[in-house]
Design a binder for this molecule. Sequence first.
Ligand code: G
Ligand code: G
Ligand code: MN
Ligand code: NA
Length: 254
Amino acid sequence: LQIESRLRRALELNELKLYYQPIVEAGTGRLVGAEALIRWNNRAMGLVSPDKFIPLAEETGLIIPIGEWVLKTACEDIKQWQKNTGLGLTIAVNVSPRQFRDAGFTNTIDKVLEDSKLDPQYLELEITERLILDNSIETSGIFKHLDDKGVKLSIDDFGTGYSALGYLKSYPFDTLKIDKSFVQDVIESSEDAALVTAIITMAHSLSLKVIAEGVEEAPQLDFLNQHNCDFAQGYYFNRPVPAEEFSLWMSDNL
Ligand code: G
Ligand code: G
Ligand code: MN
Ligand code: NA
């Protein structure tokens, strides 16, 4: 497959880039961190969506070196921004199930934190429900390692996947990210409003912080605030942008 051989070379050709999107405190708009989102600009194919190449990277195992590069780059960038701003900014990094379960994953995390000198509490790994449903011994061991280390863990795309809720008490999560599909229609749809309200209440009863994704308009943010949502992310604040642009955005918005 041509796309596969191109993806294989993407790292060495410097075709991969991290974009960053701000995460803010919902009530104040204060910047608390950013989510790193990968982009691939291939010479022949142009921009390829991560929805297309991340699944391919998982199937082929390329997600292991790519994931390492993402972690390393994201930790270095946030460390630099912490220095520049004097703020305890958090970096949220998406982790694929295959990457998480890989035998080398905990070592990679340890090494990246050591090399970047980032305090582990400022690294938040975003994991989807798909991964969590596998309650094998290995998965539990990895969660324990990360928790002991002080790395933060969040449940990404909450509510879209496999609605078994038992895992919320079995694993040491810190944060729940409400999927953007619920946030998008929270003003127009009383059903989505009811779901968002219930998810926030449930998360808080379990001592989880809540991030709402996909906030695009002020009324959505107002609704989230009225219902005590902790943090927000979405085009309303900024789109995901390259590191240099994110840095400029920060100097304009702090
Ligand atoms: O930014 P965008 O909406 O295009 O991202 C599409 C999907 O790709 C999202 O589900 C996101 O979680 C995933 N994604 C983006 N960056 C990474 C990454 O670095 N690693 C993994 N595993 N997934 C990512
Ligand atoms: O699956 P995950 O939550 O990791 O990925 C977040 C995805 O949502 C990224 O592809 C990102 O580009 C996208 N995104 C971020 N903010 C918004 C928004 O306000 N609206 C929409 N429609 N998508 C967003
Ligand atoms: Mn995410
Ligand atoms: Na999401």
